[in-house]
Design a protein around this ligand. Structure first.
Ligand SMILES: O=P(O)(O)OC[C@H]1O[C@H](O[C@H]2O[C@H](CO)[C@@H](O)[C@H](O)[C@H]2O)[C@H](O)[C@@H](O)[C@@H]1O
Length: 326
């Protein structure tokens, strides 16, 4: 794991708390699921607490893509979403405003998900396709957005706070491609406003060389920085915008910015999802859920082990009504 210490960590780790553990040392599963090893009583209590928190409030659902809606796979181009997962997301989106916030480009996520019922935020939230103006209750034009229409004539709003970085990121990706060509196994992914350098298939003996090459390219672009994810280095514009800001933007445009009447749920597996968990935690709002099968430092207060448990959670959420009892 040669890069771990070498890549800058832009997350605020100081205030990150340990996820809750059960007595066996596993992450305690405190969300709706049918596949954990908790007793029926523990699960029932969890369901009740979830329901009582959400009761009378407007649920808004935020989902990460890789590792949450699709399992982590070796080839980033093949991280397909299963049909049952697609149906579950569709059912949830029919009942609650739902957005997918991903590090991928917005177009790529849409290609995988193929649902018109959800909002999309690609490039770690720097490329948002959000709700149209008629749904914008509290939204007062404070963001520079543009209106657009999909092929079916549905209106939506695009918000891209890192527009000015587009030419530079393209240059960076071209240079990275050239410079790393000699290192076997590197995959450079164009995520529009960000770029990913995947090293899942790079030999450990080449890690230092790859990191050096990435740093040498990035050294010429001081307005960009590196973050890291699962076997990936991500190049991102240094603006104050992340998944947490995207979540806030979407709540704002949906009319819930200063509302206690909202119950946002964010489900994600990655370091970048911590930014969204942090927003929920700081507002004392909603349900931050980390997807992890092992104990992790996190700002989330609930956990699911893997995408199959995310699927169970989403199915149950889609069926939930104010009158549900367990
Ligand atoms: O915010 P996310 O939707 O979780 O995107 C984060 C990165 O996900 C993808 O990479 C990860 O998943 C790949 C497919 O399972 C895996 O091969 C890779 O090792 C993981 O890092 C995506 O390819 C990246 O561009 C995203 O930034």
């Amino acid at each position: 794991m040669g890069f771990q210490g070498a890549v800058a960590n832009v997350n605020d780790t100081e205030s990150i708390s340990k996820a809750r553990h059960n007595k066996d040392g596993d992450l305690a599963l405190t969300v709706l699921t049918t596949t954990c090893d908790h007793t029926t009583d523990e699960l029932t209590a969890t369901h009740k607490s979830y329901h009582s928190c959400a009761r009378g409030k407007k649920i808004v659902v935020f989902l990460d893509y890789d590792g949450t809606l699709s399992p982590i796979v070796n080839d980033p181009a093949h991280a397909f979403m299963s049909d049952p997962m697609r149906s579950a997301v569709r059912e949830v989106a029919k009942r609650f405003p739902t957005a997918i916030i991903s590090g991928r480009s917005r177009d790529k996520v849409y290609e995988f998900v193929k649902l018109d019922e959800v909002y999309y935020a690609g490039s770690h939230g720097m490329d948002i396709r959000g709700p149209p103006p008629q749904q914008l209750n509290s939204y007062d034009g404070k963001y520079q957005t543009c209106r657009a229409f999909d092929k079916k004539g549905n209106e939506f709003v695009i918000f891209q706070p890192a527009q000015e970085f587009l030419p530079a990121i393209k240059e960076i990706l071209r240079e990275l491609d050239k410079k790393t060509r000699g290192i076997q196994g590197v995959v450079i992914e164009d995520n529009r406003f960000c770029g990913s350098v995947h090293y899942r298939h790079v030999q450990e003996s080449d890690f230092a060389l790859l990191h050096e090459k990435v740093q040498s390219v990035l050294g010429k672009y001081p307005r960009f920085h590196l973050t890291r994810g699962k076997k990936v280095m991500e190049i991102r514009p240094s603006i104050k915008w992340n998944k947490g800001h995207a979540l806030e933007y979407l709540l704002d445009t949906l009319g819930f910015m200063d509302s206690d009447n909202v119950f946002p749920i964010h489900i994600g597996d990655d370091r970048t999802d911590e930014d969204a968990f942090k927003v929920l935690k700081s507002k004392g709002l909603g349900y931050p859920i980390i997807v992890s099968s092992i104990p992790r430092d996190t700002m989330a207060s609930h956990s699911l082990r893997d995408p199959s448990e995310v699927l169970s959670f989403l199915r149950r959420l889609a069926r939930w009504t104010e009158n549900s009892s367990y």
